[in-house]
Design a protein around this ligand. Structure first.
Ligand code: NDP
Ligand code: 2IT
Length: 449
């Protein structure tokens, strides 16, 4: 990690390394925030005296549990699941559940840590948490996924509640899995507690626009970054990594703004379609048929599929990493900049490595970190909670407008904070400092918590 920490912050980071051995993604997420907090401690020395940063780096509660389940052949499997309830100074713990074989405590903690600041940025009353399991949904039948979700919720339910902890989706968890988990929560508790999970289906307590929210929000954010530079998305070429929930709706909104999305991907490879990605086709392949993105070229013969290709080698004006952590490294960042990329906004959580971030910042391109750029998903989850609490449901137009307002306000806050702290255009500083100060002030007001 090349960026040196302020002398007050280095010992805090060393303590985090010692207390959380082997959790490299968590270390990376903490380092990235600490890099930007030096000037905050100068302005607000009370946060140092009261050890607010040390407290924020330690989760309030961490739950690890066994999830046993039976596959369709009757074989028994044992997975491990996690819920890290990181910080509840601003509201109930809020954040998604991820089902992916790579999930371990270090991933859940990095995501939960990011979530604290992201949720604070939305301006909504939500604390930060995250969960997940090393369960691999790939190749599993719907009944296997249902049994897994039911078994997971049989333990998780006791830790949740609309005023306690409110999970949602993330990688491998969409409306279908939220349905299975909500059903089991309802059976065990005998309560139709809509506000206990977000990302629910539209017929049973879900909010319009939640499915689209993260991707749409990321594009609203990049639109704002370009506007601040007197530019726009119109006529720009774009590449979007991934082809899941975030990627699909980022592509959809980008096309509405006049951008031409020429590539997307999954963990198997990259699809390039110079005529512009057919978003309805990607939706059908991924949301309905649940197949690999390689199938895209069967329906669009002029498109190309590159197995295990590197999406960042494709020249574009705008790049949206929307797949997973550390998917864009220093070399990729250099290639993008050399190829004329002017803006990067992160739909995924921590997709750019520290070296990549440094290269984007040194090149002076518009770089929107995940905490700010993908906050529209959780922001709309908070709107879903608001609708559930008032037993109301809003129109698509109204909800999308609220989402857009949240993203505009996050952009403005990050932009202004970066200027205030002497780093104009640095959205990493803007996002970390704005989010941190909101959480720190609340923690301070609530006594020693
Ligand atoms: P999905 O499961 O819908 O899609 C994930 C996509 O990323 C798939 O195309 C998947 O390919 C690809 N991917 C996942 N893991 C890897 C990997 N290890 N290597 C290569 N490709 C990978 O998830 P989402 O779209 O919901 O999430 C994408 C990102 O956005 C994540 O970082 C998530 O944390 C973040 N995010 C999600 C929000 C939400 O509301 N859903 C909100 C804010 C952030 P394959 O199918 O081949 O695995
Ligand atoms: O990373 C994220 O912000 C999410 N996966 C969404 C969390 C939520 O509670 O909607």
């Amino acid at each position: 990690m090349a960026v040196k920490l302020d002398e007050k912050l280095e010992p805090i980071y060393q303590e985090v390394l010692l207390r959380n051995p082997g959790e490299t993604e968590f270390h990376q997420a903490v380092h990235e925030v600490l890099e930007t907090l030096g000037p905050v401690l100068v302005k607000y020395p009370e946060f140092a005296d009261k050890k607010v940063i040390q407290r924020i780096c330690e989760p309030e509660r961490q739950i690890i549990f066994r999830v046993p389940w039976q596959d369709d052949k009757g074989e028994i499997h044992i997975n491990r699941a996690f819920r890290v309830e990181f910080n509840s100074a601003l509201g109930p713990y809020k954040g998604g559940m991820r089902f992916h074989p790579s999930v371990y405590l270090g991933i859940v903690k990095f995501l939960g840590f990011e979530q604290i600041f992201k949720n604070a940025l939305t301006g909504m009353p939500i604390g930060g948490g995250k969960g997940g399991s090393d369960f691999d949904p790939k190749g599993r039948s719907e009944s296997e996924i249902m049994r897994f979700c039911q078994s997971l919720m049989t333990e998780l339910y006791r830790h949740l509640g609309e005023y306690t902890d409110v999970p949602a989706g993330d990688i491998g968890v969409s409306g279908r899995e939220i349905g299975f988990m909500f059903g089991q929560y309802k059976r065990i508790t005998n309560r139709y507690e809509s506000g206990v999970l977000t990302g629910k289906g539209l017929g049973w307590g879900g909010s319009l626009v939640r499915t689209e929210a993260t991707g749409y929000g990321t594009v609203f954010f990049v639109h704002e970054m370009l506007k601040a530079r007197g530019d726009s998305l119109d006529g720009k070429t774009m590449v979007v990594s991934g082809s899941g929930n975030v990627a699909i709706y980022a592509m959809e909104k980008a096309a509405e703004y006049g951008a031409k999305v020429i590539a997307c991907s999954d963990s198997g490879g990259v699809v390039i379609d110079e005529q512009g990605i057919d978003i309805e086709l990607v939706k059908r392949l991924k949301e309905v048929e649940r197949c690999r993105i390689s199938a895209y070229v069967d329906a669009r013969p002029k498109a190309r599929y590159i197995k295990q290709g590197n999406i960042w080698s494709i020249p574009c004006h705008v790049a949206l990493p929307c797949a997973t952590q550390n998917e864009l490294n220093g070399k990729d960042a250099k290639t993008l900049v050399e190829n004329g990329c002017i803006a990067v906004a992160e739909g995924a959580n921590m997709p750019t490595t520290p070296e990549g971030i440094q290269i984007f910042q040194a090149a002076g391109i518009a770089y929107g970190p995940g905490k700010a750029a993908n906050a529209g998903g959780v922001g709309t989850s908070a709107l879903e909670m608001q609708q559930n609490a008032s037993r109301d449901s809003w129109s698509f137009e109204h909800t999308e407008q609220r989402l857009e307002q949240i993203m505009i306000s996050i952009h403005r806050n990050c932009y202004e904070t970066a200027e205030e702290f002497g780093a104009p255009g640095n959205y990493v500083m803007g996002a970390n400092i704005t989010g941190f100060i909101r959480v720190a002030r609340a923690m301070d007001a609530l006594g020693l918590i």
